[in-house]
Design a protein around this ligand. Structure first.
Ligand code: SF4
Length: 467
């Protein structure tokens, strides 16, 4: 079947809006067709899926949560998380079954894994029923590729460009809080991390385009934006801008809440601290990964700071930003981490009393320097260390939550609580999850309300609406 080209990108040369104009015969191709989208991994991937969803729906496809009735299946993969590859490969078994019994199904693999040559080779050799692999740099080409390849048998691998494209449209998951990619990629090359290889070098979006996006979101009724980047505070280096200036400009738009993730300690400037403490709509919540408390390990991780430098920054932030909450990431069992190295990490946790921490056992990523490092620490020892660390982290996270007991806090209510649909849930300015009860409680969804905290646990709070 011959499919005429889709007139997809009228303004493509200017890297402006990805514009989709459907010709009548293309419309027919996708009429009554459905897509199933599964997302793995980090927030960056969740946001990429909002973009993928927008393209598919503009082509005329309708989303289904039942994979059996899908004509297009998209798996948006992630290379960072442990076992991610096993999960994707496992899921491909189901896709293969569907493909054999339902010839009309078109299978797309997207995301970070498609930037890993060994994964691409594996798919080409062993899973050739996959129709299209599309890397993180080329999501914008999905409508065109899907349209032209819909009926072809050959596997198509697509991963080329490093351009920054403005004006992307998203089908956002929430009507109240939105993610905004402000930059792509990372230049840090931490030795354990695959991101610089899968998402490329740092590329920043234009400041005025970001501000325009925020202004449009305000008009649509959004209350909160989260500026997103693998290394968000390195924003602007490639285009002569500074993250602190961008943050200030976003604050001046008047949007009610602003957050940003993930900050690298090395790029955290005094100007950023000044701006955060000056504007009430920049939330007092900072995610500041330390990864290890041992200088030797930090050096081998290529983190570019020492424990002392991290602590100096930590205390400066605590001192200058009132009621700030700080969370972190910690890796245990980095190759040849000694008991002494690990104890230095425990010491930092005791000093900082983090509001929360994401903790992981080191797991090697093929193609990274750390994957080639000698490692004599047994998995049993690593698991013991993780357990010990988690006990400590949970103790401080509980302690931090207990401080809010009987206090009144402001919460942006996002929806019904998952475990109890008579309640709603939302987040405080310091990013603490609160489950809330009260009269006509569903009417508060999408609003910022005052809540009195009635119970505090390690990972969430309970509260009632303050009349
Ligand atoms: S800064 Fe973050 S994204 Fe960049 S290489 Fe290090 S861990 Fe990976």
């Amino acid at each position: 079947m011959h499919l005429p080209d889709l007139n997809i990108a009228k303004k493509r040369e200017k890297r402006e809006n990805i514009y989709i104009e459907l010709k009548e015969d293309i419309k027919k191709v996708f009429t009554n067709k459905k897509y199933f989208l599964r997302t793995y991994g980090c927030q960056m991937n969740v946001h990429d899926s909002e973009e993928i969803r927008s393209y598919l729906e503009r082509l005329g496809l309708e989303e289904t949560l039942n994979i059996e009735e899908a004509n297009v299946i998209v798996l948006n993969t992630c290379a960072i998380r442990e076992n991610a590859r096993d999960k994707v490969i496992g899921f491909l078994g189901k896709c293969h079954y569907l493909k054999k019994n339902h010839n009309d199904v078109f299978i797309v693999l997207a995301g970070c894994m498609c930037e890993q040559p060994d994964f691409v080779k594996l798919i080409q050799e062993k899973y050739s029923f996959v129709d299209l692999l599309i890397g993180t740099h080329n999501i914008q080409d999905l409508p065109h590729l899907l349209t032209t390849k819909f009926k072809e048998q050959e596997i198509e691998v697509y991963s080329e460009s490093d351009e920054v494209i403005e004006g992307i449209q998203y089908k956002r998951d929430s009507k109240y809080t939105a993610w905004i990619n402000i930059m792509y990629g990372c230049d840090k090359f931490c030795t354990y991390c695959i991101v610089p290889y899968t998402r490329g070098r740092e590329r920043s979006r234009q400041k005025d385009k970001i501000i325009k996006e925020v202004e449009e979101l305000i008009k649509e009724g959004y209350k909160e934006v989260t500026l997103l980047g693998q290394n968000v505070n390195a924003y602007g280096k490639d285009i002569g801008e500074k993250f602190s200036d961008l943050l200030e400009s976003v604050a001046k738009t008047g949007i009610e809440r602003i957050r940003f993730v993930t900050s690298h300690p090395w790029n955290f400037t005094d100007e950023m601290i000044d701006v955060i403490s000056k504007y009430k709509n920049i939330m007092p919540y900072i995610h500041l990964p330390i990864q290890s408390g041992s200088n030797e390990i930090l050096k081998r991780m290529n983190r570019r700071y020492t424990k002392e430098e991290y602590l100096e920054l930590f205390h400066k932030i605590k001192e200058k930003i009132p009621n700030v909450s700080i969370t972190t990431d910690i890796i245990v069992g980095f190759p040849n981490e000694t008991r002494e190295d690990f104890e230095e990490t425990l010491d930092v946790v005791k000093t900082c009393e983090f509001d929360g921490a994401y903790t992981f056992i080191f797991s090697p990523r093929e193609g990274t320097p750390a994957a080639r490092m000698e490692d004599k620490v047994s998995m049993e020892e690593k698991e013991k260390r993780l357990y010990e660390l988690n006990e400590l982290v949970n103790y401080y996270s509980n302690k931090s939550n207990q401080k809010l007991l009987n206090k009144e806090v402001e919460v942006l209510v996002l929806g019904e609580s998952e475990k109890d649909n008579t309640k709603v849930y939302g987040y405080t300015d310091t990013m603490k999850l609160v489950n809330i009860e009260g009269d006509n409680i569903k009417d508060t969804i999408g609003k910022i309300i005052k809540v009195k905290i009635t119970d505090a646990k390690s990972f969430s709070l309970d509260g009632v609406v303050v009349k």
